[in-house]
Design a protein around this ligand. Structure first.
Ligand SMILES: Cc1cc2nc3c(=O)[nH]c(=O)nc-3n(C[C@H](O)[C@H](O)[C@H](O)COP(=O)(O)O)c2cc1C
Length: 192
C-alpha cells in the first residue's frame, strides 16, 4: 500500500486566517494516520484574475503551473474555505480556474479528476461557513473530485483557537484531527 499524499490548504490569503489554522489541525490528523502532507499557502502563489485574453497572450503563469504540479503530485486535498457572501472565496475559485486550464499533454481536469477532498470551514459567524461549503462541494464534484461526506464548520472562530493553534474545544479538535485521518484511510483504500 503506497503512502497517501495530501495537499492541505485554505481558500484564504489572509496571514492570520482561521481557515489556515483549521486545515493545519486536519493535516496533523492525516500525518498521524500515515499520510504525507504538503501544506500550501495560496498567498505564496499570487495569481492574476483569470482572463482568457491574458492566457492567450502570456500563457499559464508560473505560479499557476506550480500549483498544478502540486495538485498533480498529490492524491487528495484537505481544504478549509472561508465563506464569502454565502459562497466560495475569489482566491479559491481563481486558483481552480487557472488550474483547470488544459496544457499540452494533459487530459481535461487532470489536476482534479479522481482525487478526493475533505472540506472544512471556520467563520466568526454562527454557521461557521457552512453555506460556503455547499458551493465548494458542488464545484469540486463538478470537476470530477470525490468529496467525502464528512465536513466540519467552526462558528465563532475568533474565540475558537488556542494560542498553540489547536481548537479550545477538545472534542472539536479531535473531530478535525479525525477528518484528516478519514481522508488518509479513504485514500489508502482507494489507491490500494
Ligand atoms: C467579502 C467578505 C464576505 C464575507 N461573507 C461572509 C459570509 O457570507 N458568511 C460568513 O460566515 N462570514 C463572511 N465573511 C467573514 C469571514 O468569515 C471572515 O473574514 C473570516 O475570517 C475569513 O476567513 P479567514 O480567517 O480564513 O481568512 C466575509 C468576509 C469578507 C471579507
Amino acid at each position: 500500500m503506497s503512502t497517501p499524499k495530501i495537499l492541505a490548504f485554505a481558500g484564504s490569503l489572509r496571514a492570520d486566517s482561521y481557515n489556515k489554522k483549521l486545515v493545519k489541525i486536519a493535516a496533523k490528523g492525516a500525518e498521524t494516520a500515515g499520510a504525507q502532507v504538503t501544506y500550501l499557502d495560496l498567498r505564496d502563489y499570487p495569481l492574476p484574475v483569470f482572463d482568457e485574453d491574458l492566457e492567450r497572450a502570456e500563457g499559464m503563469p508560473a505560479n499557476g503551473r506550480a500549483i498544478k504540479d502540486l495538485m498533480l503530485a498529490h492524491d487528495g486535498w484537505l481544504l478549509a474555505c472561508p465563506e464569502y457572501n454565502s459562497s466560495i472565496t475569489a482566491a479559491l475559485k481563481n486558483t481552480i480556474d487557472w488550474a483547470s486550464r488544459k496544457e499540452a499533454g494533459e487530459v481535461p481536469l487532470q489536476c482534479f479528476a479522481g482525487k478526493a477532498a475533505c472540506l472544512m470551514a471556520a467563520s466568526p459567524g454562527a454557521l461557521g461557513g457552512l453555506r460556503g461549503l455547499v458551493v465548494v462541494r458542488m464545484l469540486l464534484a463538478n470537476i470530477q473530485m470525490i468529496v467525502l461526506p464528512d465536513q466540519i464548520a467552526i462558528p465563532q472562530a475568533m474565540n475558537a483557537f488556542s494560542p498553540d493553534g489547536t481548537l479550545a474545544d477538545a472534542k472539536k479538535n479531535a473531530d478535525v484531527l479525525k477528518l484528516g485521518e478519514k481522508l488518509t484511510h479513504f485514500l489508502a483504500k482507494f489507491k490500494g
